[in-house]
Design a protein around this ligand. Structure first.
Ligand SMILES: Cc1ncc(COP(=O)(O)O)c(C=O)c1O
Length: 672
């Protein structure tokens, strides 16, 4: 083996395809993917400080390694790896790993770690963070300590010994789990799981163990657990403590020294599984229904019978039930006269931003508007003058260009810099363009459509400083802000600093989040009084300030009852994004999916196939019926890209991906 001893390794792919290496006492500092495609590696007493160090490695032994927070997504697609006595401070460390053994490993920030892994052995592991172990298979665990929610969601064939979980919604949607001698604390344990067995376990779980099929419990303590066993079938439970209450079990036997309440309040559903759980519906019930939207006046679905639209930002999911109920209630009044916007609307917006995004803007900074795009156009007319520059960051949502050009202003783009499959801001260029005396306004897409990027607080602060220095108003379009990978929230521009707040006009809306675009409801938030008055005049003279009959009740319902629905939606979208990435890696190696944590729009680099994706999209549509967006409309380097909307059931996504593959084959044949 070749020795790499006491080295400081920098730069991208520093030891790319390195093999038969013994790396010791070393530090991987700042380049991405230093050991990508490595083979037969023995690494000890080494620090990883930067992204993706061990992707696609084969046969790796790690001992006494330390992974700093920036070394995130560290070991994806690793095969045959052992790791011992290590400390990982980065998120998302293992994905799609195969044959992975961890012993004495601490995950200090375990968010989204160990997803889709197979043949996984965990001994003496400690993990703090949400979504640990999702969708993994063939897992054997001994002495694991997890502090974080949603552990092992969707996993299969899991055996756990002597472990402790402090987690709500643990072991949801699993199949074939056995847990021995362990402690699990946290509400809603094991919902929607099939074949789960607990032996000598101590459980505390409000509304735990519901919707389980084949639930076996041997010598378990079940304390402080109300409304348990709801709609469980094939129960075989021996509990050695008093159970507080049992609700509507379907069949089987439960034995305990005493049961506080036995509630049977749902006679029609006894003996049959109900369609929807009452509290938190399982993801599959909401997001797998194949809804036929043809002939419903849907812009997206106004396509030929054989066509599959995955273009415009409109989801194929039915919206959150609270919104439907509020609209039905309003419709039932039968009176739809002129409406004003009540304080309750602004309170609901404020509540949402506080609870979801940790930002509490004052309600008197807010104005109701009938859409984000009309508000952008109106603000362009009021904030800038004819002939001024309005700054954007191409490639970007194409309608920004219309709002600028249709009002006689110039588009000035500080194109995003694209390198190594990632976009970043070219700060020198942005500073120069902000400083242009004709630049009076910037339209920021936060998070960014189409590249799916969440701007960091530092980036936002830097934009705010440049804007303040150059007297530029920043219109921050945050319509996609709610749709982010779980655990990866976005930062509202105005929340990044007081300077940002002072130069900002922010737009938020339930429209993308809940798929209610035709509700025509959005909110502008403008902390600075002068800017607020200027924009206020605009939205009134442009007649954008009056809601339709359903906008207020629908929005209030969204913001006050829709949080769980959105969190589940985000899990589905994240899974769909991953599915696209995996499919493309396995089937279309010439394409490159841009990693993104926001929006349900996936941006794919097709440079190695063509630089005219307009032609590519045409061939794909003609030959397979798949209708996706060619990236040129977004400007910048968009002509090399396609954008695919993945907000649809997994079944429809699979159809879309199959068509994409066939369409690319047809394109290649036609261009050979
Ligand atoms: C960034 C962005 N802003 C605004 C909109 C549309 O907003 P509205 O329908 O409220 O006009 C979209 C729709 O795709 C979008 O992606």
């Amino acid at each position: 083996m070749k020795e790499v001893n006491q080295q400081t390794l920098t730069g991208e792919r520093a030891l790319f395809q390195g093999h038969d290496l013994h790396i010791t006492n070393s530090i991987f500092v700042d380049g991405e993917s230093p050991l990508k495609h490595g083979k037969n590696l023995a690494i000890d007493h080494t620090i990883f400080k930067y992204k993706y160090p061990l992707w696609y490695t084969d046969h790796t032994q790690l001992d006494h390694t330390t992974w700093q927070p920036d070394a995130h997504a560290g070991a994806w697609y690793a095969k045959d790896m052992t790791m011992a006595h290590s400390m990982i401070r980065a998120t998302k460390t293992f994905r799609h790993a195969q044959n992975l053994h961890l012993d004495d490993v601490t995950f200090a920030d375990a968010g989204e770690t160990l997803w889709w892994c197979d043949d996984l052995h965990l001994d003496n592991v400690t993990a703090t963070g949400d979504y640990f172990g999702m969708n993994s298979t063939n897992v054997v665990v001994n002495n694991l300590k997890v502090n974080g929610n949603y552990a092992f969601d969707g996993s299969k064939n899991v055996e756990v010994h002597n472990s402790t979980f402090i987690t709500h919604d643990a072991f949801w949607n699993c199949d074939n789990v056995t847990i021995y001698d362990s402690t699990i604390i946290g509400e809603y344990l094991a919902w929607n799981t099939k074949n789960i067995t607990f032996v000598n376990c101590w459980l505390e779980s409000e509304q735990g163990l519901c919707y389980v099929d084949h639930l076996t419990m041997r010598n378990c303590s079940l304390v402080n657990t109300n409304l348990s066993f709801e709609y469980c079938s094939n129960i075989d439970a021996t509990i050695n403590t008093t159970i507080d209450s049992v609700k509507n079990p379907i069949n089987g036997s439960i034995s305990a020294p005493a049961i506080g309440d036995i509630i049977f309040d749902d006679p029609p559903s006894i003996g049959a599984r109900p369609l929807l759980p009452p509290r938190r519906p399982p993801m599959s019930n909401n997001f797998s229904e194949m809804i036929d939207r043809r002939h419903t006046n849907s812009v997206k679905w106004d396509v030929a019978d054989n066509e599959l639209p995955m273009w415009v930002a409109d989801m194929d999911f039915r919206t959150a039930p609270g919104i439907v109920a509020a609209i039905q209630k309003k419709a039932a009044t039968g009176i739809f006269g002129y409406e004003e916007v009540p304080q309750a609307y602004f309170d609901a917006v404020q509540h949402w931003l506080t609870t979801e995004h940790n930002w509490t803007p004052q309600t008197d900074w807010m104005r109701f508007v009938t859409g984000v795009v009309p508000a952008i156009s109106s603000a362009v007319r009021r904030v800038s003058h004819v002939g001024d520059n309005v700054l954007v960051q191409a490639p970007v949502y194409n309608i920004f260009y219309n709002s600028i050009v249709n009002n006689g202003r110039h588009v000035l783009s500080s194109d995003l810099h694209y390198a190594n499959g990632q976009y970043s801001i070219d700060w020198n260029d942005l500073a120069a363009k902000m400083a242009d005396p004709l630049t009076s306004m910037m339209i920021l897409c936060n998070p960014h459509n189409p590249v799916g990027k969440i701007w960091t607080p530092d980036e936002l602060r830097r934009i705010g400083e440049l804007a303040a220095t150059n007297h530029v108003t920043v219109f921050s379009d945050e319509i996609h802000g709610d749709i982010t990978t779980p655990g990866k929230g976005y930062t509202p521009f105005a929340a990044a600093s007081d300077t940002c707040a002072a130069v900002s006009i922010t737009a938020v809306s339930p429209s993308k989040t809940f798929n209610v675009a035709a509700l025509h409801a959005a909110t502008l938030i403008i902390p600075d009084e002068h800017r607020r008055n200027v924009v206020d005049r605009g939205i009134n003279t442009d007649e954008l300030a009056e809601p339709n009959a359903f906008a207020i009740d629908g929005s209030i319902a969204a913001y006050t009852t829709g949080a769980d629905w959105v969190h589940d939606l985000n899990r589905q979208i994240t899974a769909n994004r991953q599915a696209v990435t995996k499919f493309v890696q396995q089937n279309l190696p010439k394409l490159h999916v841009i990693a993104g944590d926001a929006t349900y729009l996936v941006w794919i680099d097709c440079r190695d196939v063509t630089t005219d994706t307009q032609a590519l999209c045409q061939v794909i549509r003609q030959t397979t019926g798949l209708f996706i967006t060619a990236g040129a409309v977004y400007g910048g380097n968009g002509h090399d890209f396609i954008r695919i909307n993945v907000a649809c059931p997994a079944e429809r996504l699979a159809d879309g991906l199959d068509r994409l593959k066939r369409g690319l084959q047809a394109f290649r044949q036609q261009n050979n």
